[in-house]
Design a binder for this molecule. Structure first.
Ligand SMILES: [Zn+2]
Ligand SMILES: [Zn+2]
Length: 1018
């Protein structure tokens, strides 16, 4: 039979849909405890890939498992619909290049396009979700752009504001000049690349010592026009040296750190020798001795241009002198802000923050030489300019990690901007404490990637100067000139109102509000209750990661509806979430951040962070490399179950997966097919036979089986052990080892041993009772396996369950049958029937068999050739007195007797002498095997009777003639004789010599012709 798993799965999908099995599985548990699962929302403006398959199967398995354990697991789908990823796609489609273009196009029209575009691949997502068997409630999803969702996000922002944790500040933040917006540090963390660029050492001449220069090193020459000071570390050693005749550097006196000077000792030595350069140390001093000295600016504006002290200055790189451009460096900004406070009290001139670059990353007109030029493009021109003016000391190619925009790949600038922040540093301790309560899988993430992230936490830059997002619900009194990019603002009304609900805004503005997005919301104004001025919304929208992190609350429109879901902890926190590892600093972080800010504790208890899916060479999959694997292709070819099994067993969920189609094929062949074949065996030999109805009593809740057969007792013992192990592992989220336990059981215990050793009982039972016992046992094993495998491979499990249990029900009406395995309870292990003694004995027997078969192989004797005896050395073996087990060994290794003999050399010794009588048996076995194979090839059913004709050498003919009755007894053969045997004519009535299958084989080196045909009575 040709098997088509994908087709079979389609049938099952139809059945689930028609009978609403998913809905029933939830309803059936309605009154029990909830197991809470949160779906991380994908963005549907891109097609799902193979890595999305990974996340979906790991989400599904736990939800299905917990359902079978008696929990109600709601699985509300969600869609992430806001933010830069969406805007960028639309910009590309419309051919818009920057924010100016968008505004010219019109924000209303632009946002409308964004809203449409997020559904572009919705049906692909739904289709893939269904095909892989991920049960998710897609009928009632949460959507981050809906008013209800936004209203909850506003409510959250207001709570944060009320707690004093929302503030606006002028800070240096990572900024994408193309997208025209600042980014949060967790976004920046996603876009680092290693690059090589020019670093320069620049000369700053001291005002009171002409010809003496302080050296400063920088990788961003474009920040030099914004320089206002030089910082040295007051505690470290510096020195002044003179240079003469040094190649490439003009004569003069230079100041640098002692360490920097020493780093060049070797090079200086060489140049002395080769060019007669004269290098002399003139003076040594501490950094504090330099503080206060004035220098000549490279590009003069109005500033003090002095050496200042900075504790952050290190000697690791460069000259131990940092050129300070406060608008473009976080440390720079901080040190200048602090210094200016001092300057104010001392009544000294303050250091200005020179914002020489506009929001598009281009030089402002004040920087005349390069006005309008993108700063990164200006770098080489600035270096050239310094060289010409004799202000360049050195230049080198420097390799370092630099952040790029995670969406558009533009190099980010550190840029002074007024933005809105959430004071995460204030709740850092609580975040760290809450993290301790989370069960991380893999566990090293807790203190590693995630824990480290929390330790180095910065305030969350939460505002985005963009269009398509949840508008920041902050209204400012316009009497404040809030958009002026200076640190100090004019003293006036500083009224801030943060809106926490639609009603609140309607009341204040007196307007009915139906659309919360820009630009409509920007038009909603109201009167300042402090000064009577105009309250207007700030232009920013909220980081879309804030949206997704709000989902535990916003998906239920908390606190405006169903408050109990959160307050009574019915749907909070999540017991389980699961996404790819790149969400560690994304969704995993924002979920925890928001619930912590609200004082709700951690929003999830267990998280599985999945490894990346790479191509088989370990390369990242990308369109440009052409190594993307289409998930539909994989499911269509190997089926959802095989794809699922691949992800569960290939390695630990946290490890990267080097995806190869062959590995999926392997899971299909190794596990799925073996499992299926066990079921087919059952279906063929147990189900088709008519078994008497009386005395059948299979109770699925009780595995105490009364079968007298050793093998039955053994497999039931193993089965209960398996249930116990898999349950323990699944409770610990140890999916890989639970799956491997099931696989080992199906392959080693069930297929290679139990079924193999029980063939005779099924195919040629001595009586009805024997078949009944074997069939009952196998039915029980298969039904239990169908339940155990249901969360892993829901399709094949359903198929087997339905077929096996329906058979059982036909036999025993008292067994209540569920419509689907997914409505079943998870099996319980009965520890009382786990017989460790028996399992040990069976293990010994199997070991002996393996060793004996090895000896046969070494001697080149086929298994079908009976031999006279097998000797076993170890008298301590528990199997010694066990007649049934010894029979089993005898049968399996095909010997007449098994004896124990402590005098033999090895552990087992096989008597390999073949007597004529043994040879005759061997020939018969081989012929029987050949006939069986021909029956299969002919496609006969097991119950079909056949007639056989043969013709061989005299030796073979004699053997077969002599053993006719033996063959008739062994097989379903009605007529067995030589080609022109007399019986042929009597039965068939004559001339018919046309056979279904004919074959010529060789036995013992001699030719034998065999032919078969279905037997018909005339
Ligand atoms: Zn960008
Ligand atoms: Zn006001």
């Amino acid at each position: 039979m040709k098997l088509d798993f994908p087709k079979l799965e389609q049938k099952i999908l139809k059945f689930w849909k028609k009978e609403k099995i998913f809905e029933k599985s939830i309803k059936a548990r309605a009154k029990k405890r909830d197991f809470v699962f949160y779906e991380g929302p994908p963005t549907a403006n891109g097609k799902p890939g193979i890595h999305h398959l990974e996340a979906r199967v790991f989400k599904d398995i736990i939800c299905r498992y917990k359902t079978m354990r008696g929990f109600r697991v709601l699985r509300k789908a969600g869609w992430d619909t806001h933010g830069l990823p969406v805007e960028l796609e639309v910009e590309k489609k419309l051919g818009l290049k920057n924010k100016k273009d968008i505004e010219k196009f019109g924000i209303a029209k632009f946002n409308k396009k964004c809203k449409e575009s997020v559904w572009q691949y919705k049906s692909d997502w739904e289709d893939l979700t269904e095909k892989i068997g991920y049960w998710l409630d897609m009928k009632d999803p949460y959507i981050t752009y809906e008013s209800n969702y936004i209203e909850t996000v506003w409510w959250i922002i207001k709570r944060i504001f009320k707690n004093g944790l929302l503030y606006q500040d002028y800070k240096v933040i990572p900024y994408c000049p193309r997208c025209g917006t600042s980014l949060s540090s967790h976004e920046v963390a996603q876009g680092y690349k290693t690059i090589k660029e020019n670093a320069v050492t620049v000369k700053f001449e001291l005002v009171d010592e002409p010809g003496t220069y302080i050296l400063a090193w920088t990788t961003t020459p474009w920040t030099l026009p914004a320089n206002v000071a030089l910082a040295v570390n007051p505690e470290i050693d510096y020195l002044k040296f003179s240079l003469k005749n040094y190649p490439g550097i003009s004569d003069g006196n230079y100041i640098t750190s002692k360490k920097d000077f020493e780093d060049y000792k070797e090079e200086i030595g060489k140049n002395k020798f080769r060019y007669g350069a004269i290098v002399k140390i003139i003076d040594k001093f501490k950094g504090k001795d330099l503080v206060g000295k004035e220098y000549k600016p490279l590009y003069p504006f109005d500033a003090p241009y002095k050496v200042i002290a900075g504790g952050f200055v290190s000697i690791e790189e460069g000259t131990g002198v940092v050129h300070i451009a406060p608008a473009f460096g976080e440390d720079d900004m901080n040190v200048i802000k602090m210094l200016n406070v001092k300057c104010q009290t001392l009544n000294e001139p303050e250091f200005p923050i020179l914002l020489t670059v506009n929001e598009e990353g281009k030089f402002k007109k004040e920087v005349k030489k390069w006005a309008g030029m993108f700063v990164k493009d200006a770098d080489p021109l600035i270096i050239e300019d310094l060289k010409k003016r004799g202000l360049l000391f050195g230049e080198e190619l420097y390799e370092h990690d630099y952040p790029f925009c995670w969406r558009c790949k533009t190099p980010l600038l550190y840029y002074a901007k007024k933005s809105w922040f959430i004071r995460m540093t204030e709740v850092k301790k609580r975040l760290i404490k809450n993290n301790q309560k989370i069960n991380w899988i893999p566990s090293y993430l807790k203190e590693g990637r995630f824990g480290q992230w929390l330790k180095d936490l910065k305030d969350w830059a939460v505002s985005r100067e963009r269009y398509w997002g949840t508008p920041l619900p902050v209204w400012l009194c316009q009497t404040v000139n809030s958009q002026q990019p200076t640190v100090k603002s004019q003293k006036s009304c500083d009224n801030i109102v943060v809106i926490g609900s639609i009603r609140e805004l309607e009341k204040l503005s007196g307007k009915k509000i139906s659309e919360l997005h820009r630009p409509y919301i920007d038009e909603i104004t109201f009167k300042c209750d402090k000064c009577g001025g105009l309250m207007k919304r700030v232009p920013e929208v909220i980081d879309c990661w804030f949206d997704s992190g709000s989902m535990p609350f916003a998906q239920y429109h908390y606190p405006f509806k169903d408050k109990d879901l959160i307050d009574k902890k019915n749907q909070f926190p999540a017991d389980y979430i699961c996404e790819a590892v790149d969400q560690t600093r994304g969704w995993f972080y924002t979920l925890l951040a928001i619930s912590t800010l609200l004082g709700f504790g951690p929003s999830y208890k267990t998280v599985i962070s999945l490894g990346h899916v790479l191509d088989k060479q370990g390369e990242k999959m990308s369109k440009s490399k052409g190594n993307i694997v289409d998930p539909w292709y994989i499911i269509g070819k190997y089926g959802a179950d095989a794809s699922r099994w691949y992800f569960y067993t290939v390695n630990q969920p946290g490890d990267s997966k080097l995806f190869s189609e062959r590995d999926v094929e392997k899971s299909l062949k190794k596990f799925i097919l073996t499992f299926w074949n066990c079921f087919i065996f059952y279906n063929t030999y147990a189900k088709l036979r008519k078994t008497p109805q009386q005395n059948i009593n299979v109770n699925p809740r009780n595995y105490q089986r009364k079968s007298a057969t050793l093998l039955d007792k053994w497999i039931i013992s193993r089965l209960n052990g398996l249930v116990e192990k898999v349950t323990q592992k699944m409770d610990k989220y140890d999916i890989v080892f639970a799956a491997r336990d099931i696989e080992n059981f199906v392959i080693d215990d069930l297929s290679l041993w139990y079924i193999r050793r029980s063939r005779k009982r099924f195919q040629k039972p001595r009586n009805a009772q024997e078949l009944k016992e074997a069939a009952k046992t196998l039915a029980l094993v298969l039904e239990t396996l169908s339940k155990l495998s249901a969360p892993f491979t829901p399709f094949i499990a359903e198929n087997i369950y339905k077929n096996v249990s329906s058979f059982k029900c036909r036999l025993a009406q008292q067994v209540s049958k569920k419509m689907s395995v997914h409505l079943e309870d998870w099996p319980k292990a009965n520890k009382n029937i786990i017989d460790k003694g028996l399992e040990t004995k069976m293990e010994q027997a199997r070991k002996i068999v393996a060793m004996t078969l090895n000896q046969r192989a070494e001697a080149g004797i086929k298994i079908r050739q009976p031999l006279s005896s097998l000797k076993i050395k170890d008298l301590r073996f528990k199997i010694k007195g066990d007649k049934e087990l010894l029979e089993l060994i005898k049968d399996e290794v095909n010997v007449r007797e098994v004896v124990f003999d402590p005098k033999i050399k090895g552990d087992v010794e096989l008597d390999t002498e073949i007597t004529p009588e043994l040879k005759e048996k061997g020939v018969l076995r081989e012929v029987i095997r050949q006939i069986q194979q021909m029956r299969k090839t002919a496609g006969y059913k097991p119950k079909d009777k056949i007639m056989v004709r043969y013709e061989g050498t005299e030796f073979l003919n004699k053997i077969l003639n002599r053993n006719k009755n033996f063959v008739l007894r062994e097989m379903k053969v009605e007529d067995f004789c030589q080609k022109d045997g007399a019986l042929y004519r009597t039965v068939q009535g004559g001339a018919d010599q046309v056979f279904d299958i004919e074959k010529e084989i060789k036995i013992e080196g001699q030719k034998l012709w065999l032919a078969i045909k279905k037997f018909k009575k005339f």
